[in-house]
Design a binder for this molecule. Sequence first.
Ligand code: ZN
Length: 96
Amino acid sequence: MSADLYGEGVDEEDIRRERAKAREIRKSRWWQTKLSLGICYYCGKKTPAKELTMDHIVPLARGGTSSKGNLAACCKECNNLKKTMLPMEWDEYMKR
Ligand SMILES: [Zn+2]
């Protein structure tokens, strides 16, 4: 994959590092607590912990990091939608 695919200042090395960080955070108590709340960050729907996925609010490819402030537990539905939409479309969706 070419680094040109990513936004300015974001290279594959950064993304790999942030992904590794996210994997570590998944094992943390902080994340487990978030999951146990059982609420999707985006749609607010009650979702069983095992169906919640980790999402980067600002995608890594757009310069987001694996910091606690940028990680959200969301349901598969929202995760899929977010992946298929352009960031602008997703913003519109969230306003509704
Ligand atoms: Zn959701």
